[in-house]
Design a protein around this ligand. Structure first.
Ligand code: GLY
Length: 379
């Protein structure tokens, strides 16, 4: 293996979706980029990849909503650009989605979603169970009504990771599997890092993109893991996939891939292990089969648990800290795939020496500073 260069323009910590996107965008802008990754499982390998800015909205006034809409509208161009840069299709498809009530208790929640969408001028028509079954005959008799969100879609996170890896390689990014032990600062500015074998690497910019594990290197953004368990069902010769659109109820989402697989997700647990539990498999399958009974004949081909990186306000940390110049690309939480275009835009701004476009304060890595114990800022 060639020796690590003593100096990079940009050192990115983390080779997940956000780390590779940051590396690719800065390398395309002309930087010499090194990515260091600890080899831990990536959240992007487990994610469903919904590009669904409407059906996950809980509060139309939260700045997250505008970020989700920006991410969704930029995805088609990003998919094209990434495909051209890598010759790998990241699997972006506008399959549309249905947000449905499959239990009596869901009706109020789906109606509330409709009200929230109205307030942001996204008028989704209420469809009866019969009208929904005309669109998706696989929906079961318990589905009583819901909304069609035709412009929602998905990308395939594993294909997107593969595309980003190939694009990084073509752009000259070096990726090394080494654990970073600490950041290095000179005169209060981050100027590099030290790997766990003691190697010092200088960099003009360090981008922290290690998901919830960023906290081990710098605690200004409080990140925690939120476990999500997700299943994959595969079609069988006599049991084809019974849905074409993304189907979601308040308790489960079903994401059909073009190859016939269906992802069934996901739990949301405030724990940091990756154990797949019998209880979660039972709950997810129960909700999935209650909503689309035909899924019961498919093969259970995979069960995984991923750790979403979550901040206290549910917003990511994107951009450069005014404190010490450390750049952040972390905290995608439930929207790591959907927000990927914002990560690319942030990396381009970084490479060009510009500020992050739009919503600077809402996404700033410094926004938690007031809540942070004083001693931590001296690390
Ligand atoms: N965006 C769906 C999830 O995180 O489960």
């Amino acid at each position: 293996m060639a020796a690590t260069p003593p100096h990079s323009d940009v050192a990115v910590i983390g080779a997940g979706l956000w780390g590779l996107a940051s590396a690719w965008a800065t390398a395309e802008a002309g930087a010499r980029v090194l990515v260091l990754d600890d080899g831990e499982e990536l959240a992007g390998q487990v994610a469903a990849g919904m590009v669904a800015p409407w059906s996950e909205v809980e509060d139309d006034e939260h700045p997250l909503h505008a970020a989700l809409r920006d991410g969704a509208s930029a995805w088609p161009a990003l998919a094209e650009r990434l495909r051209a840069a890598s010759d790998v299709d990241p699997g972006f498809r506008r399959t549309g989605s249905l947000a449905v009530a499959a239990r009596p208790a869901h009706l109020g929640q789906v109606r509330r979603l409709r009200e929230v969408l109205r307030r942001v001028d996204h008028d989704a028509t209420w469809l009866t169970g019969t009208a929904l079954r005309e669109r998706e005959p696989g929906l079961g008799p318990s589905v009583a009504g819901g909304l069609e969100l035709a412009d929602e879609g998905q990308a395939d996170p594993r294909r997107t990771l593969a595309a980003l890896r190939a694009a990084c390689e073509r752009a000259g990014v070096r990726i090394e599997h080494r654990r970073v032990a600490a950041l290095r600062r000179t005169g209060g500015t981050v100027t590099g890092l030290v790997t766990d074998d003691g190697t010092r690497i200088d960099a003009e910019r360090v981008v922290l993109a290690a998901g919830w594990a960023c906290g081990a290197l710098d605690d200004r953004v409080p990140l925690r893991p939120v476990k999500g368990q997700i299943l994959t069902l595969g079609p069988r010769p006599d049991a084809p996939t019974p849905i074409r659109r993304i189907i979601r109820t308040p308790d489960v989402y079903l994401v059909p891939r073009p190859d016939g697989r269906v992802l069934v997700g996901a739990t949301s647990e405030e724990v940091g292990d990756r154990v797949v539990t019998a209880e979660a498999v039972h709950l997810l399958l129960d909700e999935a089969l209650h909503t689309v009974p035909g899924l019961g004949a498919l093969e259970l081909v995979e069960q995984r648990a991923g750790l979403r990186p979550a901040t206290p306000d549910g917003l990511p940390a994107l951009g450069v800290s005014a404190d010490d110049g450390l750049a952040w690309a972390a905290g995608g939480y439930r929207h790591g795939v959907l927000l990927l275009p914002l990560v690319v835009a942030a990396a381009e701004a970084l490479a060009g020496g510009r500020a992050l476009p739009g919503r600077r304060d809402a996404l700033s890595p410094d926004r938690f500073a007031a809540a942070r114990p004083k001693a931590a800022s001296c690390v």
